[in-house]
Design a protein around this ligand. Structure first.
Ligand SMILES: Nc1ncnc2c1ncn2[C@@H]1O[C@H](COP(=O)(O)OP(=O)(O)OP(=O)(O)O)[C@@H](O)[C@H]1O
Length: 221
């Protein structure tokens, strides 16, 4: 077979991508390709465009110009397929506030058709170190507990491409350690990780590639 036709598409490809909010360009003419099997550290000062880029890849936003491709699929024209393969850990955690941590995961597990939803939820809560307060409603959770539950949610979805927006924020030292372990395990299981963080040292130890943004443009780190 022809080697070209069997080559895996990039995990993520940005073709001259720009995003404008009103009159403000949050991303400007970004072109980049992340090879399959590599993970990406996304860095840049506050407001440099990291979250905007992750939301474009997650299909929560559309580009003003240019094209975003995820695993060879167009993020606008083939949005449903891209959504099935991508999960975003973000500042907004999309949790059901009146349900417990366990119930939150069971609801999602049922939606995803996962067998034994309750067991799957229990295993994940242990994995993210959320073993206390599992019967309290999420509205009573601290920011760090929410972050732990949000990563459990992402793990349940088992995406091909995991987008992690400041995953270490709000976590205590044991939480940071648990998050590093989870990211390593995701990578070992073949998941492509895009990690936006200000913790450069952690990021560099977890990712092979780096994209540094400044005012929405890619610049050398
Ligand atoms: N909904 C919005 N409406 C208008 N401007 C926005 C909106 N979202 C983001 N911006 C602007 O776009 C720019 C990029 O923001 P973005 O959140 O992508 O940066 P970031 O690199 O993730 O920052 P941080 O490190 O603080 O999380 C900022 O100037 C921000 O003010």
């Amino acid at each position: 077979m022809d080697a070209l036709s069997t080559a895996a598409p990039p995990a993520l490809a940005l073709h001259d991508v720009s995003k404008r909010y009103g009159r403000y360009w949050a991303l400007a003419r970004l072109t980049y390709a992340l090879p399959a099997g590599r993970s990406l550290l996304l860095t840049g000062h506050n407001g440099s465009g990291k979250t905007t880029l992750l939301r474009l890849v997650a299909t929560a936003l559309s580009p003003t110009a240019g094209r975003v491709e995820v695993l060879g699929r167009d993020a606008v024209n083939d949005r449903d397929t891209v959504r099935q393969n991508v999960a975003l850990l973000s500042h907004a955690s999309f949790l059901y506030e009146d349900l417990t941590a366990h119930q939150n995961l069971v609801v999602l597990a049922r939606l995803l058709g996962i067998p034994s939803p309750s067991d799957a939820a229990g295993l994940l809560l242990t994995r993210v170190g959320l073993t206390r307060r599992t019967q309290s409603p999420v509205r009573q959770f601290s920011a760090g507990m929410r972050k732990r539950l949000a990563i459990a949610r992402l793990l349940l979805k088992a995406p091909t491409l995991a987008l992690l927006d400041e995953p270490f924020g709000e976590l205590d030292p044991s939480g940071i350690e648990a998050m590093e372990k989870i990211i390593s395990e995701l990578k070992a299981s073949g998941v492509t990780v895009v990690l936006a963080t200000h913790l450069i040292e952690q990021g560099l130890s977890l990712c092979e590639e780096r994209l540094h943004l400044q005012d929405g443009r890619a610049v050398p780190a």
